[in-house]
Write a protein that binds this ligand. Structure first.
Ligand code: 5RP
Length: 225
């Protein structure tokens, strides 16, 4: 069993009967959704899933997990998602899979957020992983130029055929190759106030519990109540 599968299965154990569960996106969240599907089928677990991408929605439906959008539920009890980096003070970068907008919305309206990662994602300081920023296509060249002027080392995310990657909301992703983010709050405030930016992948003070996959087993840390 690989580390992503280990933490995916472990995290699915946090889900209780009757919960509304935010279903993250990515190769780690994949295993968590598979395990929830197994529990729905074999243990008659009764849950509602709120997917954070079309890919997770498709997977959940294929497993028989009933799904709703974030606007069709009152509140999400627990969201389980992956992350690209987690700093020593428990801030995160997300969006490597281009699903950061739905992921942040679902996490924001969740009572609890649980991140599942393998140990390679734990870092002292964020930024070695390029920070994804979702932008509206209209004016995106101007936003790109602005990022360049600010020294943010932007790169438009493209598919294999060279065309821009489009998110589930048909936006573009500009990845900022910052190397080190020493003041994530200031950077988040700057991006939040940039016209044309829809959302960015800095998830600050959002996580409650982290499960880290290590060769000797999963290690859970409770970060905040
Ligand atoms: C998708 C995400 C993912 O959670 C993040 O990229 C981690 O993915 P993986 O589990 O495949 O390493 O933020 O937008």
């Amino acid at each position: 069993m690989n580390l992503k599968e280990m933490v995916g299965i472990e995290a699915a154990g946090y889900v209780k009967d009757g919960m509304v569960v935010g279903l993250g996106t990515g190769s780690t969240a994949y295993y968590m959704i598979e395990e929830l599907g197994r529990r729905v089928k074999e243990e008659q677990l009764s849950i509602i899933g709120v997917p954070t991408s079309f890919a997770s929605k498709k997977q959940a439906e294929s497993l028989g997990i009933p799904v709703r959008t974030i606007d069709e539920v009152d509140v999400v009890d627990l969201t389980i998602d992956g992350a690209d980096e987690i700093s020593s003070d428990y801030h995160g970068i997300k969006g490597g899979g281009a699903a950061l907008l739905f992921e942040k919305i679902v996490a924001t309206y969740s009572k609890k957020v649980l991140w599942i990662v393998d140990e390679s994602k734990m870092v002292d300081t964020l930024g070695a992983f390029p920070l994804p920023v979702e932008v509206i296509p209209y004016g995106s060249q101007q936003v790109f130029n602005l990022f360049e002027k600010k020294g943010y080392q932007p790169k438009l995310r493209t598919a294999e055929d060279g065309t821009p990657v489009k998110t589930d909301c048909h936006n573009y992703i500009i990845d900022l190759h910052l190397q080190s983010i020493t003041d994530p709050e200031a950077l988040a405030a700057d991006l939040d106030s940039t016209v044309g930016v829809v959302e960015h992948g800095l998830f600050l003070d959002m996580v409650h519990t982290i499960i880290v996959g290590q060769p000797d087993g999963p290690a859970a840390s409770h970060v905040r109540e």
